[in-house]
Write a protein that binds this ligand. Structure first.
Ligand SMILES: NC(=O)C1=CN([C@@H]2O[C@H](COP(=O)(O)OP(=O)(O)OC[C@H]3O[C@@H](n4cnc5c(N)ncnc54)[C@H](OP(=O)(O)O)[C@@H]3O)[C@@H](O)[C@H]2O)C=CC1
Ligand SMILES: CC(=O)N[C@@H](CCC(=O)OP(=O)(O)O)C(=O)O
Length: 354
């Protein structure tokens, strides 16, 4: 099948291109760029030299829906937030299948989108056709979708970590605390003082406290899962590494969980059972917790759980690679589901250690 990538020169786009080499059913027939059209992708990224036999046209093209529709059947969008919303309606009109990595179409409520993204919400007509692509939870809808809105990187790590607890009423839906840390690739390739080596190395800081745009995405998904309003305090941190997100989450046990005498061991068994059939979610043994290294360069989400009996709190630690399960890997996982292929096609590998 022929696919295209719009925004291929960015981190999400180039990661998609890297993974698609491993995919047996894919030819990449269109590479779109806003500011570098006309250049060859191997000139922009010389590490690709001699590796692009699966790309039928390696020259970066201008972004034009008519041209894209002539060349491919499905297109991945990996653009800054606020840009894909102007493109998606045109692409869908041309009967293209679309997987969007940006946040434009994730939030259903326009006023909430505008409040957190500080940008105009997109055209509702496109969104109504879109499916939130957290594959493990929305597989049936993704399989039927022509437009998938791929989840954000932090929300992927948080949702996979907390959904089992909320779904089974084991923690209170309000007062959840999420302390998350991301490597700098999460901020994209654009030059910015905040991600300079000299600013980031030997330092760690919290940012967008009480104001991060992933907060409503997390709450919307978890409310869909529980049928209740979910309230979280989400604090992201930037840490001096390139890839990876580690989210540490705290929830208060419910009466139900207390009556069950939930322990770390029984909670670990519950998570193991919950995700038993999931290829990309791996539960650590009781007493053992993930490191971002365990998922580096892979589509895995690793989760460790603990019940702190003294404070009646559950602690969940989840790790993903923001570029893979948090972006390109999950997008390809969704494409596999849309086409009825084995979900792990092209994205099954082992992390690099060390
Ligand atoms: N990085 C990550 O870990 C994750 C990112 N995301 C989301 O994915 C999207 C892409 O992120 P990322 O790859 O990191 O970002 P980058 O900044 O690295 O890349 C953005 C791309 O968009 C293109 N672009 C910039 N401005 C415009 C414009 N006005 N019109 C069309 N194209 C434009 C650039 O291409 P060119 O200059 O060639 O025109 C570039 O290729 C974002 O919405 C991000 O929030 C989601 C999950 C994780
Ligand atoms: C480290 C870092 O800066 N990460 C970015 C993640 C951006 C992202 O993925 O944004 P959308 O999913 O909302 O498009 C951030 O915190 O804004």
């Amino acid at each position: 099948m022929k696919v295209g990538i719009i925004g291929v020169t960015g981190y999400g786009g180039i990661e998609l291109l890297r993974w698609l080499k491993n995919h047996p059913y894919i030819e990449v027939a269109y590479l779109g760029s806003h500011s570098q059209a006309g250049l060859d992708i191997a000139d922009v990224y010389p590490h690709l030299q001699g590796q692009l036999e699966y790309v039928s046209d390696t020259q970066l093209q201008e972004i034009n829906a008519d041209v894209i529709a002539e060349k491919v059947e499905l297109v991945f969008l990996s653009l800054p937030s606020g840009i894909s919303s102007s493109l998606v309606p045109n692409l869908l009109e041309k009967d293209l299948k679309v997987i969007d990595l940006a946040g434009d179409f994730r939030i259903r409520d326009a006023s909430i989108h505008e409040q957190w993204y500080k940008k105009q919400a997109p055209d509702r007509r496109s969104q109504s056709q879109g499916v939130y692509g957290l594959t493990e939870f929305n597989r049936a809808d993704v399989a039927k979708a022509s437009f998938v809105s791929n989840p954000g990187c932090y929300p992927t790590s948080v949702a996979l970590g907390l959904a089992p607890l909320l779904l089974h009423d084991l923690i209170e839906a309000k007062g959840i605390i999420i302390d998350a840390k991301s490597g700098t690739s999460g901020a994209g390739r654009g030059a910015a003082v905040g991600t300079l080596f000299s600013e980031v190395q030997e330092s760690i800081h919290a940012y967008k406290i009480g104001a991060h745009q992933h907060t409503p995405e997390i709450e919307q998904f978890l409310a869909d899962v529980t049928g209740k309003d979910v309230l979280t305090t989400f604090t992201p941190h930037l840490v001096p590494m390139t890839r990876g997100i580690l989210s540490t989450m705290y929830g208060q046990l419910t009466d139900k969980a207390r009556e069950m005498n939930l322990t770390s061991d029984s909670l670990q068994e519950f998570y193991q059972g919950f995700y038993e059939k999931e290829k990309f979610v791996r539960i650590h043994k009781s007493g053992d917790f993930p490191k971002t290294k365990f998922v580096y360069g892979t589509n895995f989400c690793n989760i460790g759980v603990y019940v702190e009996e003294r404070t009646e709190r559950v602690i969940v630690v989840s790790a993903i690679d923001n570029m893979v399960k948090g972006a390109a890997g999950q997008a390809i996982q969704n494409m596999n589901v849309m086409y009825g292929w084995d979900e792990a096609t092209g994205i099954d590998n082992i992390p690099l250690i060390p």
